[in-house]
Design a protein around this ligand. Structure first.
Ligand code: NAD
Length: 549
């Protein structure tokens, strides 16, 4: 009879569902506040565990565990669970990513409204016995433009609410198709910077990544519309707090509302003493409904898995069949890298993508390889994406992924070719494996070449005229950037060509600008891939576990 351990306080509705699961033969016990040996022993005595963010399920807590089959996080963040250790032991980790959506979208609007009508400051003033109606002149939302960066679950929920307030919505998301944006009444822009001069309100709903960190920093201040109000209910650090202070001080920014901070808990900040600032202590998901919903969803996931083996919202790849993975492990790595590569080309949101297998690989089960490509494509934009959930996340964004196979051999014994339809262009990359595990890029944007698929790449398009490679080499040599390998592909002598350099270090902005300005060079961009041999986190240990009964 399966048994469940509840490791953090769970809402009443979640516990009621566990009571009801007794009918399916499931028992449970609640043991909160566990750590060390007590946690290890408790985990070893159950088939499933459900937690929030309190307990730390470390590798040590899972060591030697022969019984546990699944851990569910009632909520989103799974940082408190060692997912690699769980994967190695065949333990599925799942979360409930949608349970917080409405509460966080509503909190965003609570902050937008409170900022616009000076609710907090007026409240404090009146409690101080001042009846001051002149100081708190507000603005209305109708007719204003709201900019939304990140149009996933929460960003879209915010957009729907903005429509009800008669706001105009402009948005940016690298993975929202124009069709889906039009359905939501959102005008898509090509870049965040392009959006800044036109918005009266800006709200961000992205993960914190290299790209989104300090999305609004000192350099963005001159671009902002004067008086803009900025809201962050996503992750601290997307706005540079020092730039917010400066923008408010200079009168460029009219208001700032933050639910999240660069360092949390945050109990002191230069922003706290400034007018036009509204702050809450990470309350986006703190509603009775959200807590109840994540608990109910979490218990549902766990009971479904323990009774029928159904996996939804898995954030690791523990359930992958070892035999199926073994035959394609190298190609899983290759396809993941091709996805990462295509995610870094400068292109609007993809409408569709395809993956084609040619040669010997076409005769194998390529389902995992296709999913690995989708995971690579989405990895920089979506938290917890992996080989199990990536295809679903693509579909949710209206992006089709089709798979094709042909077994006749081409120039290599096996080739994986990926296409991304974006705007009115098709971007293509193809790769192969040298040996069993050395991924190589053999085609890019229709040009044959041969480059390592790891580390730092400079990809530049140019006219095939004498001297280009020498000029790039001279610029990089002068600025201390060592070129490990170079390759060029061209359509025909003198025609369009593409160059790929494998670099030992990332070129500075100065070096990149100098290359881009070289006569004959049309575009230049850096693509960063994991070092050779580094597998995606979700693959480490996958397929190694003994199946659990
Ligand atoms: P989601 O994965 O559904 O959506 C995130 C979206 O951001 C994706 O569509 C992705 O394509 C987009 N994105 C990624 N990089 C981008 C970039 N550089 N520019 C523009 N868009 C980009 O996630 P979600 O559930 O909507 O959550 C959004 C954020 O809110 C997450 O960071 C989450 O951790 C946070 N969150 C905060 C609270 C809170 O308590 N304040 C509660 C829930 C979620």
């Amino acid at each position: 009879m399966p048994s469940i351990i509840v490791l953090d306080t769970l809402s009443r509705d979640g516990l009621a569902l566990l009571d009801a699961a007794a009918a399916s033969g499931i028992t449970y016990e609640v043991r909160t506040g566990l750590s060390g040996a007590a946690l290890r022993e408790a985990l070893a005595a159950h088939d499933g565990a459900i937690c929030r963010s309190g307990v730390k399920v470390t590798a040590d807590a899972l060591a030697g565990n022969q019984r546990l089959r699944a851990i569910v996080r009632a909520g989103v963040g799974t940082d408190n669970i060692d997912k690699e250790a769980a994967t190695r032991q065949g333990i599925v980790v799942m979360n409930t990513p949608a349970g917080n959506t409405i509460s966080t979208a509503e909190h965003t609007f609570a902050l937008i409204l409170a900022l616009s009508r000076n609710v907090a400051a007026a409240d404090a003033s009146l409690r101080g016995h001042a009846w001051d109606r002149n100081r708190f002149m507000g603005v209305q939302l109708a007719g204003k433009t709201l900019g939304i960066v990140g149009l996933g679950r929460i960003g879209q929920a915010v957009a729907r609410r903005a429509a009800a307030f008669e706001m105009k919505v402009v948005g940016y998301d690298p993975f929202l198709t124009p069709e889906r944006a039009a359905e939501l009444g959102i005008e898509l822009v090509d870049t965040v910077r392009g959006m800044l001069p036109m918005v009266d309100y800006l709200t961000v709903h992205t993960p914190l990544t290299d790209e989104t960190r300090h999305l609004v920093g000192m350099d963005a201040l001159p671009l902002l519309k004067r008086g803009v109000r900025l809201v962050n209910c996503a992750r601290g650090g997307i706005y540079d707090e020092a730039a917010l202070v400066e923008g408010l001080r200079q009168g460029i920014i009219g208001g700032v509302a933050l639910d999240v901070f660069e360092k949390e808990p945050c109990t002191d900040s230069p922003l706290f003493g400034m007018p036009g600032v509204l702050v809450t202590p990470h309350l986006g998901a703190s509603t009775e409904e959200a807590q109840s919903q994540v608990a109910v969803e979490g218990v549902g996931l766990l009971v479904d898995y323990l009774t029928s083996g159904t996996i939804r919202h898995s954030v690791n790849a523990a359930a992958i069949d070892a035999a199926q993975l073994e035959g394609v492990r190298g190609f899983v790595d290759l396809a993941w890298r091709l996805g990462l590569l295509l995610s870094q080309i400068d292109a609007p949101a993809p409408r569709s993508c395809s993956i084609a297998y040619r040669g010997e690989i076409a005769g194998r089960n390529t389902r995992l390889v296709t999913s690995a490509f989708a995971a690579g494509l989405l990895e920089s934009a979506i938290e917890d994406v992996n080989i199990v959930n990536a295809e679903m996340l693509l579909r949710e964004r209206g992006i089709d992924l089709v798979e094709q196979s042909r077994s006749d051999p081409g120039a290599f014994s096996s080739v994986v070719a990926v296409d991304l339809v974006s705007g009115n262009r098709v971007h293509r990359a193809a790769g192969t494996l040298f040996g069993h595990s050395m991924p190589r890029l053999v085609q890019l944007e229709g040009h044959r070449l041969e480059a390592y698929l790891d580390g730092i790449l400079l990809v530049f398009t140019h006219q095939d005229v004498p001297g280009i490679i020498g000029r790039v080499g001279t610029i990089f040599g002068g600025l201390g950037v060592n070129i490990a390998q170079m390759t060029v592909g061209r359509a025909a002598p003198g025609g369009d060509a593409i160059g790929v350099l494998n670099l030992d270090s990332a070129p500075s902005a100065e070096a990149l600008a100098a290359v881009a300005e070289c006569p004959g060079i049309k575009s230049a961009r850096v693509v960063t891939l994991p070092p050779a041999g580094r597998l995606p986190g979700w693959l480490v240990g996958a397929g190694n576990a003994q199946p659990r009964k």
